[in-house]
Design a binder for this molecule. Structure first.
Ligand code: SF4
Length: 436
């Protein structure tokens, strides 16, 4: 999965130039319509060239010579000796490489017209388009109820002229049926635009095929979050487990541009994790407090999971679950796939991306309860007036309803605030360990 992420540039070139596929840039959890129309969704940072780790380079070369099957077999063999070190090192290098690219994209955004007081995620996304946006045929955007996100969308038009905007109506200003009808119409308009760009036709079958793959992806994702993440024994050390969750958060946005391959990677990952737990390979984490760290998809300090691990805890990243993107889309012979997709989007909007603090607080509470976490670290993203204002109410409700403590840390740019983060989380971890 890491290799597919980092080698995206070559893969996308092949799709664009050899196979004449259209590339559509996406963000958040919205690649389905692009797959269904036979185009290639791309979270634009994947068009960049990444620094390859000294561990990943030989594996990637081996893949091109041996094919992935034989490489996996070889890795299986190598694992008997020192798997944890190999996996730890690879993931650490991959996440470092992705994050330094994120910072580069953020700087590009700030230096090219996006006011730096906007959130990190918006600046980075703008930078990604500034850098490689000329390679995409269109951008697919779902209008959220965040004024800053919508302002960003306006500014993108100068880089990617072809914009497909699907508005998600707020449930509050419509009754439910009207909102659903409006949502269905908006999706249909978006699909027509995608059909015009690609010259392909979206059928009920192509939508259902994509939703079926997406549903399986979501099931595996939830298995990792709930079954493995909730287990007392981890298949790797908790910092590596957090890195896997971080990688999932980033790659879920475009399924690494290949839905079937992404599904197979996830299936393999779950199989391996279960196998390692069954064989007792990994780490006993029973006594380590489990912390939900959120939100992180619009920028976060990745050092946090290492810091918490060194302090005796473990971090879970579960943004897409909190925001409702891991809900399955109903598929049956009698249902209309566009209507089902509309329901999915309206629910996701009501859970979080609609930026309503009541709803968002409820989503956090539900996930905190389902995951039975020991504490929450709230990531206050600089320049975000929407999600950030949720914290006070959330902290109060977590305490009064679930007796779960919370702290807030501030984030502006990766690597900028590490010492302060340490100072904030140390006493919090001490407190949690004493409660244990
Ligand atoms: S809600 Fe906050 S974090 Fe999300 S896009 Fe808007 S400003 Fe950025």
């Amino acid at each position: 999965m890491a290799s597919n992420f980092l080698t995206g540039r070559d893969y996308l070139r092949k799709k664009k130039f050899r196979e004449k596929k259209k590339l559509i840039s996406v963000a958040l959890g919205f690649p389905d319509l692009v797959f269904a129309v036979g185009a290639v969704p791309v979270f634009p940072i994947r068009m960049e060239t990444f620094d390859f780790s000294r561990y990943l380079t030989p594996i990637t070369s081996a893949t091109s010579v041996l094919g992935w099957d034989l490489t996996s077999k070889f890795l299986d063999f190598a694992r008997q000796f020192d798997v944890l070190k190999i996996v730890d090192k690879i993931l650490e290098d991959v996440i470092t490489s992705i994050n330094s690219k994120y910072n580069e994209m953020y700087e590009l955004g700030v230096n090219n017209g996006v006011p730096s007081e906007l959130c990190y995620g918006i600046n980075a996304l703008y930078g990604m388009h500034k850098s490689k946006g000329k390679n995409v045929d269109a951008n697919l955007n779902f209008a959220m109820r965040c004024g800053r996100w919508n302002k960003f969308y306006e500014s993108l038009k100068t880089i990617v002229p072809r914009q497909i905007l699907i508005d998600v109506p707020p449930k509050t200003s419509y009754n439910e049926n009207e909102a659903l009808k409006q949502m269905v119409d908006n999706i249909k308009t978006g699909i027509s635009e995608l059909e015009n760009i690609t010259g392909n036709f979206v059928s009920d079958n192509s939508l259902q095929k994509q939703f079926r793959i997406g549903n399986q992806v979501k099931r595996f994702y939830k298995t990792i979050l709930y079954e493995i993440g909730g287990s007392d024994f981890y298949p790797c050390n908790p910092a590596t487990f957090s890195e896997i969750l971080a990688l999932l958060t980033i790659t879920f946005q475009d399924y690494n541009s290949n839905a079937q391959r992404y599904l197979e990677n996830l299936s393999q990952l779950v199989k391996e994790m279960r196998e390692r737990i069954r064989k007792g390979i990994g780490m006993d984490v029973y006594k380590m407090p489990r912390l939900l760290f959120a939100p992180m998809y619009q920028g976060w300090e990745p050092e946090i999971h290492e810091i918490i691990y060194n302090l005796g805890g473990r971090v879970i990243y579960a943004d897409w679950d909190v925001l409702g993107f891991l809900e399955e889309i109903s598929i049956s012979n009698h249902s209309d796939p566009i209507e089902e997709y509309a329901r999915f989007l309206l629910n996701a909007s009501a859970k979080g991306i609609g930026c309503n603090d009541e709803n968002m607080t409820s989503s956090y509470l539900a996930v905190a309860e389902n995951m039975d976490i020991d504490g929450l670290i709230f990531n206050q993203v600089f320049g975000c007036p929407s999600i950030s204002k949720t914290y006070d109410k959330l902290k109060e409700k977590l305490k009064s309803e679930l007796d779960i403590p919370a702290i807030v840390i501030n984030f502006k740019k990766i690597g900028e605030n590490i010492e302060q983060v340490k100072t904030r989380v140390e006493p919090f971890m001490d407190r949690l360990k004493n409660i244990e």
